[in-house]
Design a protein around this ligand. Structure first.
Ligand code: ATP
Ligand code: PRP
Length: 208
């Protein structure tokens, strides 16, 4: 049995066509069903449905053989203990700093709200900027509006969320896409099945 960890929402939606090309179609829809383990049309493959930020943990401990996770989550988690053989080029966005559209260029010691504490710390250190990082779990865009932070580090796609909250993108930290990750022991023990799957994904991606 191969277990693949996927998060509900945009990664799941974007991953479905890729999985389908490999003959993997879940027999239940996680939007309407409360099951956390989904059987698929391939008797040797099941999906586990978890929070996006938990995917590296499940794969690292071998609770899932494979997983699909954003590069943002992988870097923040520290994913040296995982193989990352494929960029799936789905759920693409940018990790950026953003501030109020009327705010002057940031200088001196600044306060930054983000859920990407490690990435933000490394980024501002690399820029020689003294930053106090405030960890949030969502709605980062609110922080500059209520005086909690001078700027945020968050994901930007269309830019609509920033615009709707009178913020503007400032510096690009990195481009983000979702990656296939593989447990190291599973790569050895289930080599044949996993490499067949990788080959199939590669073929599908090459044809896009
Ligand atoms: P959690 O449930 O663990 O808090 P989350 O709510 O951030 O995670 P999603 O919003 O589904 O989960 O995001 C999952 C991944 O999709 C992110 O890690 C990122 O790689 C990518 N992503 C997030 N927001 C966007 C966006 N607006 N456009 C494109 N991709 C995005
Ligand atoms: C993500 C991200 C931004 C938004 C950016 O939030 O945290 O708020 O998308 O996308 P945009 O540039 O297209 O507006 P998400 O939709 O995942 O909401 P959440 O953080 O509450 O999960």
């Amino acid at each position: 049995m191969l277990t693949i960890a996927v998060s509900k929402g945009r990664i799941y939606e974007d991953a479905l066509p890729l999985l389908a090309e490999a003959g993997i179609v879940p027999t239940d829809d996680p939007k309407t069903c409360r099951k956390l383990i989904l059987a698929t049309t391939r008797p040797d493959v099941q999906l586990v449905i978890i929070r996006a930020t938990d995917v590296p943990t499940f794969v690292e401990y071998g609770a899932a053989d494979l997983g699909i996770a954003g590069k943002d989550v992988l870097i923040e988690h520290g994913a040296e203990s995982l193989y990352e053989p494929l960029d799936l080029n789905i759920a693409c966005c940018r990790l950026m700093t953003a501030a109020h559209k009327d705010a002057p260029p940031l200088s001196g010691r600044i306060r930054v709200a983000t859920k990407y504490v490690k990435i933000a710390q490394n980024y501002f250190a690399s820029q020689g900027i003294q930053a106090e990082i405030i960890k949030l779990y969502g709605s980062m865009e609110l922080a500059p509006l209520v005086g909690l932070a001078d700027c945020i580090v968050d994901l930007v796609d269309t830019g609509n969320t920033l615009k709707a909250n009178d913020l503007e993108p400032r510096e690009l930290i990195m481009n983000i896409s979702s990656r296939l990750v593989v447990n190291k022991a599973a790569m050895k023990m289930k080599h044949e099945a996993i490499s067949a799957l990788l080959t199939q994904f590669e073929k599908t991606l090459a044809n896009r």
